[in-house]
Design a protein around this ligand. Structure first.
Ligand code: FES
Length: 100
């Protein structure tokens, strides 16, 4: 790519992450916006509770799944932010404890 055009950031919008209003830029992926806000852990593994976050950044690994506007299993790296979007990070959920 050979472009001398400057990168122009998108307009500031508000996204709600775990109920808290945060600012993002229109055109950002949700993963980029969450990383910029310091949310590097986006989910935890089902059995051991190990943290997962942005890994492939191209929709393959599903390590970035979050809940968006009530829809579960949304890949944050494949979703663009929208004004008023409600995001719940599974990372806040309790660790799975297997029965003994
Ligand atoms: S980071 Fe791999 S699917 Fe999003």
């Amino acid at each position: 790519m050979n472009s001398n055009k400057p990168v122009v950031p998108g307009a500031v919008i508000t996204v709600f992450v775990d109920g808290q209003p945060v600012q993002a830029r229109r055109g950002q992926t949700l993963a980029a916006a969450l990383l910029a806000l310091g949310h590097s852990v986006l989910r935890r593994t089902r059995h051991s509770g190990k943290p997962r976050g942005l890994f492939c950044a191209m929709g393959i690994c599903y390590d970035c799944v979050v809940t968006v506007n009530g829809e579960t299993g949304v890949r944050a790296c494949m979703k663009r932010v929208e004004d008023g979007m409600q995001v719940i990070s599974p990372a806040q959920f309790k660790r799975y404890e297997p029965r003994k």
